[in-house]
Design a protein around this ligand. Structure first.
Ligand code: IPM
Ligand code: SF4
Length: 470
C-alpha cells in the first residue's frame, strides 16, 4: 500500500508546478478571490509592466470592506469610494467578474465563495485577505497573501510557497448544548495562545469537528489565522458534499457525484503523519467571552478577568485590562455593553442568523444597547428575509443591514465610538479594531444575542433554557 498522506500533502503534490533546492515551491492556484482593499496596487503593477491577468476565469472579485450597510447610495468616506471605483475599473479593464455593490452575489468575500460553490475541496485558494483560511472548511488549501503576491497570482496564476508543516488539532467528544463552533475555536486559541499555529497548516480532526455543520467549520477555519497558522482546513466528508450539491459553480447531476468521489478521496488517510498534534476535549468547553485585546484573551462566561500579579504575562494583561476599562478578577457577567454586532466572515451565515434569532425572539434589546445584524452576503440577507428572521430582529429593536464587513473593522460607517463596548461575533478584538478607543468582546452569535437583551454578558444556556432542552 502507498504511504498514507495528509490532505495537505495530497493538495500540495497536485499543485506543485516547479521545485528546486533552497527555494519555495511554485504552486498552481485554482481560485483567486479579490476585494477592493488589497488589489489596487496589484493591478497598477500589471499596468506598469504591460501584463494581463493570466486566468480571469479563475479570478472573482467583490466589494465588502468599504461598502455602506445602511444606505448604499451614500459613500461618505472618500478613500472607500475611491477603492470601490478603482476595483470596478480594474475588473472592467482586466476582464474579471465582479459582484458589485448592487449585484445579487455581493457579500463578504469569504461568505460568497462557498455560497457560489467556487470554494471546493482540493483547490488552492488565495485572496489578499488573512481570513481566506475560512475556505479550508471545505478541504481546500486556502491562505491569505500580500498585495505583491496578489499581483504575482494575477499575472501568472502561480505563487511561491514553502511546503508547510502540519498540525493536527484533534477535538475529541461532543460539544455541549449551547456551545458553538465559535466557543470551540476561542477556547482553542485561549488554551494554546495566538502563536501556536505559527508556520503550520492546521487540520482540525475528531468527532466534534465531524459533527459541525459547514457553517460551524467555516467559523473554526476562519479563526485559524488568529492562532498564527498559515491556514486551517478540514478533510471533506458527506457534510461537505451535501453543502456543495446544487451550488451554482459545481458540476451538476451525475457529474457532481463523480466529482464528490474525487473530493472524498482527498481526506487525510488513516495513519498519515502530522508534524505536531494537540488534543482538546469538547466536553470541557463552555461559552466563551474575550476580555482582552487579542483573541487568545478569553475565558468561559462563568469566569472572571485574570488577576494581574499572579499571571504569567502580567504587563500584557495589565495593559489589556486598562484598554478594555476592566478590573482584574471582574466577573464576565458583570460587564455591561452598549453595542452588539452580529456579522463578519466568522459568523454572518444563515445558520448563525437563525440561531441568534431564536435567542432574540420574544425579547427586547436592552435600552442601553445599539444592536445591528449584518448578513454576510446579499444571498444570506434574502434567505433570512424569506424565513422572517429580519422581522424577529427588527421587532426586538435590532437594526437590519445590507451585507458587508461592517463593524468588524472600522473601514466604513459602522464604527463603535471611543470607549464604547461591543459584544461582537467577529474574529479580532485588537485595540481600535472597531473604532478608535472601542472595546471589543468576541462571542458567538447566540451569546451576542443574549447580551443584547440583558445589556451585559450572560450564559446563553441559562438565558435561553427553553431553546436548549436538557
Ligand atoms: C483589509 C484586509 C487586508 C484585512 C485582512 O487581511 O484580514 C481585513 O479583512 C481584516 O480582517 O483585518
Ligand atoms: S468581515 Fe472582518 S475579518 Fe472578515 S474579511 Fe471583512 S474585515 Fe476581514
Amino acid at each position: 500500500m502507498e504511504k498514507p498522506e495528509t490532505i495537505v500533502e495530497k493538495i500540495w503534490k497536485n499543485h506543485m508546478v516547479h521545485k528546486e533546492p533552497d527555494k519555495p515551491d511554485l504552486m498552481y492556484i485554482d481560485l483567486h478571490l479579490v476585494h477592493e482593499v488589497t488589489s489596487p496596487q496589484a493591478f497598477e503593477g500589471l499596468r506598469l509592466n504591460n501584463r494581463k491577468v493570466r486566468r480571469p476565469d479563475l479570478t472573482f472579485a467583490t466589494m465588502d470592506h468599504n461598502v455602506p450597510t445602511k444606505n448604499r447610495d451614500v459613500i461618505e468616506d472618500q478613500i472607500s469610494k475611491k477603492q470601490m471605483e478603482t476595483l470596478r475599473k480594474n475588473c472592467q479593464d482586466f476582464g474579471i467578474t465582479l459582484a458589485d455593490m448592487f449585484h445579487p452575489d455581493q457579500g463578504i468575500v469569504h461568505v460568497i465563495g462557498p455560497q457560489l460553490g467556487l470554494t471546493q475541496p482540493g483547490k488552492t485558494i488565495v485572496c489578499g485577505d488573512s481570513h481566506t483560511s475560512t475556505h479550508g472548511a471545505f478541504g481546500a488549501l486556502a491562505f491569505g497573501i500580500g498585495t505583491s503576491e496578489v499581483e504575482h497570482v494575477l499575472a501568472t496564476q502561480t505563487l511561491w510557497q514553502k511546503p508547510p508543516k502540519t498540525l493536527n488539532v484533534h477535538v475529541e467528544g461532543e460539544l455541549g448544548t449551547g456551545v458553538t463552533a465559535k466557543d470551540l475555536i476561542l477556547a482553542i486559541i485561549s488554551k494554546f495562545g495566538v502563536r501556536f499555529g505559527s508556520g503550520y497548516v492546521m487540520e482540525y480532526t475528531g468527532e466534534a469537528i465531524r459533527n459541525l455543520s459547514m457553517e460551524g467549520r467555516m467559523t473554526v477555519c476562519n479563526m485559524s489565522i488568529e492562532a498564527g497558522a498559515r491556514a486551517g482546513l478540514i478533510s471533506p466528508d458527506e457534510t461537505t458534499i451535501e453543502f456543495l450539491r446544487d451550488k451554482p459553480n459545481v458540476p451538476q447531476g451525475d457529474a457532481f457525484d463523480e466529482k464528490a468521489d474525487e473530493w472524498l478521496a482527498l481526506a487525510t488517510d488513516e495513519g498519515a503523519r502530522y508534524d505536531e498534534t494537540v488534543i482538546i476535549k469538547a466536553e470541557e468547553i463552555e461559552p466563551q467571552v474575550s476580555w482582552g485585546t487579542n483573541p487568545g484573551m478569553c475565558v468561559p462566561v462563568s469566569g472572571s478577568t485574570p488577576q494581574v500579579d499572579t499571571s504569567e504575562n502580567h504587563d500584557d494583561i495589565a495593559r489589556a485590562l486598562e484598554y478594555m476599562g476592566l478590573e482584574e478578577n471582574q466577573s464576565i457577567e458583570s460587564i455591561n455593553i452598549d453595542h452588539v454586532f452580529i456579522g463578519s466572515c466568522t459568523n454572518s451565515r444563515i445558520t448563525d442568523l437563525r440561531k441568534a434569532a431564536k435567542i432574540v425572539e420574544g425579547h427586547q434589546v436592552n435600552g442601553n444597547v445599539r444592536a445591528i445584524v449584518v448578513p454576510g452576503s446579499f444571498g444570506t440577507k434574502l434567505q433570512a428575509e424569506k424565513e422572517g428572521l429580519d422581522d424577529i430582529f427588527k421587532a426586538a429593536g435590532f437594526e437590519w443591514r445590507e451585507a458587508g464587513c461592517s463593524m468588524c473593522l472600522a473601514m466604513n460607517d459602522d464604527v463603535v465610538p471611543p470607549g464604547g463596548r461591543c459584544a461582537s461575533t467577529s474574529n479580532r478584538n485588537f485595540e481600535g479594531r472597531q473604532g478608535n478607543g472601542a472595546r471589543t468582546h468576541l462571542v458567538s452569535p447566540e451569546m451576542a444575542a443574549a447580551a443584547a437583551i440583558k445589556g451585559h454578558f450572560v450564559d446563553v444556556r441559562q438565558f435561553a433554557a427553553n431553546v436548549y432542552p436538557a
